[in-house]
Ligand binder design. Structure first.
Ligand SMILES: [Ca+2]
Ligand SMILES: [Ca+2]
Length: 260
């Protein structure tokens, strides 16, 4: 009589381990592939044609978008030497290309303030528009055309590199505390569901908590904005993250079973 040959227990166990290991590798590969597909890289958005309601002589708005983040140059707003006065002002910029993510845009603004001596912005607010570029931002540093259909952004993240306190106020402006050091970099993130963003607005605002009521922390409420930059990316989809998390959980379960 012919005897069936059954594999020994060690060989069977090794075979099962091999199958589980292959399954784990496949799950891991799928998770990695989906993860890489969902790796949204932000795009630097060129800003152009700066215009402002007022610009201090020698500190033009265009200096805030010239690509230079070092040195003393930038946008400042004080007038009336020797009795300097700085009031609320507005600067606007066109985006060189439309920001058009169908599911919304995650916008990251960086406000470099390198002048030192505490000349940082104390209160400010950011907005975006989809108006035609011919309707705003005429390149004028004084009395510039800053009028458009602006939508105020409601930031969800606002950070001072120097450690200044940053507080979001009821009108979606950000109130920055005294600069712990002379210079600072603010990073502000907000989502917008407008498609085809053509421009951004920076309002610098007065506030009773600021020296001389602001808008800045410097002499007479002045500041120097060395550079403003903008990066844009699609808003990450919660469903996609849930999918990755689910696959990660499956991989973890398989991994634990393989080990036992
Ligand atoms: Ca600059
Ligand atoms: Ca324009």
């Amino acid at each position: 009589m012919k005897h069936l040959v059954s594999p020994s227990r060690p060989i069977l166990a090794a075979s099962i381990h091999l199958m589980k290991a292959r399954l784990l590798l496949r799950v891991g590969a799928v998770a990695t592939a989906i993860g890489s597909l969902l790796q949204y890289s932000s795009q630097a958005v060129v800003l152009q044609n700066a215009a402002a309601t007022a610009t201090q002589g020698g500190f033009t708005t265009s200096m805030a978008i010239d690509g230079i983040t070092t040195g003393d140059a930038g946008w400042a707003i004080a007038f009336g030497y020797p009795n300097w006065v700085a009031l609320a002002q507005t600067a606007v910029f066109e985006t060189a290309t439309d920001i058009s993510y169908p599911g919304g845009s995650r916008l990251e603004f960086t406000l470099h303030q390198n002048y030192g001596h505490g000349f940082t912005i104390g209160c400010f607010r950011l907005s975006v528009t989809t108006d035609d570029r011919s309707l705003f931002a005429d390149g004028s540093s004084n009395g510039g055309d800053v009028t458009a259909n602006w939508t105020v952004l409601s930031p969800f993240s606002y950070v001072s590199s120097a450690g200044a306190t940053m507080t979001k106020l009821g009108d979606d402006s950000i109130l920055a505390g005294p600069p712990p050091t002379g210079a600072d970099i603010y990073t502000v993130m907000a989502d917008s569901f407008l498609v085809g963003i053509t421009g951004v607005r920076l309002e610098v605002l007065e506030h009773p908590n600021l020296p001389d009521e602001g808008p800045g922390h410097g002499l007479a409420g002045n500041f120097v904005l060395t550079e403003i930059t903008l990066d844009a990316a699609p808003i990450p989809e919660p469903g996609a993250f849930a999918l990755i998390a689910g696959l990660g959980l499956v991989a973890l379960c398989v991994w634990r079973r393989v080990r036992t």
